[in-house]
Design a protein around this ligand. Structure first.
Ligand code: GLN
Length: 495
């Protein structure tokens, strides 16, 4: 059952081939057996999942419900879930039980999904490998000695290993697309503002966006449909209507102009990844698309710009975690200052602290103009490159990441090497554009991704192109060998 598409699962539920309770129990059983070796879930909520599944079964029996009713999914642990611990991968929120649901969670709940649990993630979504989680690293189901990508690494690993039908994620600089590429699944980060950020723990508010990790573009379309749309509780959510994504899947792509930025095919790109990406582009060409060489001249600036803007915003957003209003509080504080200092020192991990320090520095009087203001100006140039590009082409494509998944521990001592992993994904967030990653032919047995970047609100077009590719190829159907290669004892929380 875990290998079926969401549409097939929904048809199976409706035809009474199985119930949502059986489907949910099947996923819960797989989580129990396979997740100790992967660590993709932080929290699994058996009882609520089965109760929601029963309600979905009653709904379906009454002839009601929609395409997601009774479908088991996971939520990244950055989305607030009423009554269910929401840790954001941090010790700081290890004891936090939200009193309300994030809008994305609420909407998917209203669409009838069954939440299996909360997916592991890099602490406060800061990372590219899922190694910054307080709950221990997630392992890539294709090779448990490798990382699944980050920060939505738990979501990606759970989808790839068949531990949920789909999962939510968030993407501030690549955290949906990069883990999707490393785990061989489809991931979409919509236009900034397409999905509400209400109840989604903030990392860098001008960049954060919710999206979907799924086994195919068709599955992602169904989930995004239910999540997207204006929300009066998020002042940056877009008032634009949400089109029917499923209805445009399968449209012809004849005449589609695909821009290939030379900056995304240069030095640092693994030859095997490039060959697989070019093979996927050749398939789109065969279907009538034209490939156009082009430039995004300011794209090489996106990593340095991001690592000023994102830490600056994070230093401000994370100021609320002070040991008083939320989360972890140190034992027996001497006075207020000691309370703040020790609670934050104990609650946050090294990467989060690094970002808070960089951000506080960049925003401080005397440095603001030199760093934050300069970064915002360059950010505009990066967005202008895309604006000009979309006058010439309909969509921009390239690799999602320069390499396939790297070994656990390979980059933990070198933050800059880790940051460079997002070199192809970050510009999209700085410009607020939608991006999608689809699996291409594996490279030495490991997944790789083709990234598609669209103009504002072109999610439907990206999903359609990805669907066309997936109708003609089998890359997205490959599944990792179920048997983990490492003993379960090697995962687990840090001490
Ligand atoms: N890897 C990037 C970072 O560490 C992006 C993270 C994200 O998109 N949430 O900030």
């Amino acid at each position: 059952m875990h290998d079926q598409s969401i549409a097939d699962l929904a048809a199976g539920l409706r035809a009474k081939r199985f119930s949502s309770r059986e489907l949910t129990a099947h996923f819960l059983d797989r989580i129990g057996r396979l997740d100790p070796a992967l660590n993709s879930y932080i929290t699994v909520d058996h009882d609520t999942a089965l109760a929601v599944a029963d309600a979905a079964d009653r709904h379906i029996a009454a002839g009601a419900g929609g395409p997601l009713t009774g479908i088991p999914i996971a939520h990244k642990d950055i989305f607030l879930t009423k009554g269910v611990r929401t840790s954001c991968g941090s010790r700081m929120l290890d004891n936090f039980i939200p009193p309300f649901d994030a809008t994305v969670v609420e909407r998917l709940g209203a669409a009838g999904v069954v939440m299996l649990g909360k997916a592991n993630m890099d602490e406060f979504a800061m990372g590219s490998s899922n190694e910054t989680s307080w709950y221990g690293p997630v392992r890539n189901p294709w090779d448990t000695g490798r990382v699944p990508g980050g920060s939505s690494g738990g979501s990606a690993a759970a989808v790839a290993a068949g531990l949920c039908a789909a999962a939510t994620g968030t993407d501030t600089g690549g955290s949906i697309r990069q883990p999707a590429a490393f785990c061989g699944i489809t991931g979409i980060k919509p236009t900034y503002g397409r999905c509400s950020r209400y109840g989604m723990i903030a990392f860098a508010s001008s960049l954060d966006q919710a999206g979907v990790l799924a086994r195919s573009a068709a599955d992602a379309a169904l989930v995004l449909q239910a999540m997207a749309g204006f929300d009066a509780r998020d002042s940056t959510s877009a008032e634009a209507p949400v089109p029917d994504y499923a209805a445009t899947l399968g449209e012809d792509i004849k005449g589609l102009r695909i821009g290939l930025p030379q900056e995304y095919f240069g030095e640092g790109l693994d030859a095997g990844v490039e060959a697989s990406v070019r093979a996927a582009l050749a398939e789109l060409e065969r279907q009538g698309a034209t490939l156009v060489d082009m430039h995004l001249p300011n794209a090489p600036l996106s990593v340095p710009v991001y690592y000023v803007v994102a830490p600056a915003e994070c230093s401000s957003n994370l100021a609320r975690f002070d040991g008083v209003r939320y989360g972890h509080r140190c034992e027996a504080p001497k006075d207020l200052e000691d309370l703040y200092k020790r609670s934050r020192a104990e609650g946050f991990g090294a990467e989060v602290k690094r970002r808070i320090m960089i951000g506080t520095y960049a925003l401080s009087a005397g440095y603001y103009d030199a760093y934050y203001l300069k970064a915002q100006q360059l950010r505009q140039l990066i967005a202008d490159d895309f604006r000009r590009a979309f006058e010439q082409v309909d969509v921009i494509m390239g690799p999602t990441t320069p390499t396939t998944a790297f070994a656990l521990g390979a980059k933990t001592d070198d933050p800059v090497a880790m940051y460079l992993n997002d070199i192809y994904t970050i510009a999209t967030n700085l410009a607020g554009l939608p991006g999608l990653s689809v699996p291409v032919a594996p490279v030495d047995g490991l997944p790789a991704g083709l990234q598609m970047i669209g103009n504002y609100f072109a999610e439907g077009r990206l999903l359609n192109i990805a669907h066309r590719l997936q109708q003609a190829t089998d890359w997205h159907r490959a599944v990792p060998a179920a048997a983990p290669r490492r003993p379960p004892s090697e995962t687990g929380a840090r001490d």
